[in-house]
Design a protein around this ligand. Sequence first.
Ligand code: PEP
Ligand code: MN
Length: 264
Amino acid sequence: QGSRLFHLEDTIVKTAHSEIGGRHFTMMAGPCSVESAEHVMKMAAVAKRGGATVLRGGAFKPRTSPYSFQGLGEDGLRYLRAAADAYDLDVLTEVMDQDHVDMIARYTDIFQIGARNMQNFSLLKAVGKTRIPVMLKRGMSATIDDILNAAEYIAAGGNHQIMITERGIRTFDNQYTRNTLDVGAVPVLQKLTHYPVIVDPSHAAGHTEFVTPEALAGVAVGASGLVVEIHDDPAHAFSDGAQALKPDEYLEMARQAFAIRNTL
Ligand code: PEP
Ligand code: MN
């Protein structure tokens, strides 16, 4: 179980290139969507330069509109895997459908369960049967107990390699930010659960100019890592361009994030 009542020590999520949680701090970066073999390779190089050990990228995208780009599917997974391998990075990619778990397992080091699927219990049970680490993102209207209970659906299957990710929740105002980063949830979650708590400032902020300050706030409150979206040409990104950090912006954000972490 995820509660500190049953297990006091921090869970360390272990992958080929990362140890996540405890005294470790992990940078995860990459494009919102895998766009092409060449593009994701370029983004992997940038991610690595900023100190990331995990390359993110969506091949199956949970888009608000069915007419928006839905991802490259298995081809995207191949490109993502090749880019990660070229730079000794772990792959983090979203699984949206329980029928895709076995196929995506052949390519990824970490499953992402997106905010929209946080309470998709059959999907949670399906990844719980694997022994592949899972990054569970907080639903936009989920309480802290909701996400902790969702994590239990994964753990109940015997998979205890779980990360909890705060990515912003819905509050009154979505005019200036996309969601509201619940920074207070980070220490609360860390008190309640031994799973690593990660902050995603990109989907919280929704606009590039606010991503870095929200990222640094996440580090300051003690997050075990950051997951951020990067793009070299945000205006032409297939998804979430408005919140992508350009390579230089990402490198500077990462420098500051590691610096703040080192003072904690
Ligand atoms: C994503 O990581 O690109 C994504 C869709 O995130 P979320 O599920 O938090 O909206
Ligand atoms: Mn995105």
